[in-house]
Design a protein around this ligand. Structure first.
Ligand code: FMN
Length: 178
């Protein structure tokens, strides 16, 4: 049985919804899924899974600090174990997906892509094949201004059931290809 690890951080629930949609899609493809918060995942080894999915919101176009701290800690561990090699050779069968939720109130998706690119590097450096980066437009809970007057318009109620269905369908398709 193929296995997947989903690690996500979520303050107001948007990223959690996406993480759960990924889990459902992968399970529909008969993947065995473990889902954890960063603080619960420190002792886990990415290399024990066929697919690792990491997700968080964009905070000032960066990953939130607890996510960066987690990724750096794991990275230091892999460096010590000799897993960070020059030219970052691909490790067969090891895959990752990065997912980011964002509201884009000022400059749109450009506030989210740096987050995805940043997280992606932690996986490419250890030889994982990063299958995709997913950016999911979401409500800015707690700020009506940022939810309605931003560059991407009215984002209230996002991610919608339709957005989550797309995530689920894509996850199922990827799960079947693992
Ligand atoms: C402190 C803070 C900073 C944020 N900064 C950005 C940002 O720079 N760009 C953006 O698109 N959204 C930003 N957002 C909105 C969140 O990324 C977005 O609402 C996200 O979906 C929240 O995820 P969560 O519900 O999983 O916590 C910010 C939200 C907070 C609370």
């Amino acid at each position: 049985m193929k296995t997947a690890l989903i690690i996500y951080w979520s303050k107001t629930g948007n990223t959690e919804k996406v993480a759960n949609a990924i889990k459902q899609g992968l399970e529909e493809a008969s993947i065995q899924v473990t889902i954890k918060k960063p603080e619960e995942a420190e002792a886990l080894d990415y290399f024990d899974y066929d697919l690792v999915c990491v997700g968080c919101p964009s905070y000032s176009w960066h990953p939130p600090e607890p996510v960066t701290n987690f990724l750096k800690k794991k990275f230091a561990e892999y460096r010590q174990n000799g897993k960070i090699k020059p030219s970052a050779p691909k490790v067969p069968g090891k895959n990752a997906i990065v997912f980011v939720t964002y509201s884009g109130p000022h400059t749109g998706i450009d506030e989210a892509t740096p987050v995805g690119k940043d997280i992606r590097q932690y996986f490419e450096h250890i030889g994982f094949n990063v299958i995709d980066e997913w950016y999911v437009l979401s409500e800015f809970h707690g700020s009506l201004e940022h939810s309605t007057l931003g560059r991407l318009g009215d984002v209230r109620g996002k991610p919608t059931a339709e957005q989550l269905q797309v995530v689920k369908d894509d996850s199922r398709r990827i799960g079947k290809l693992l």
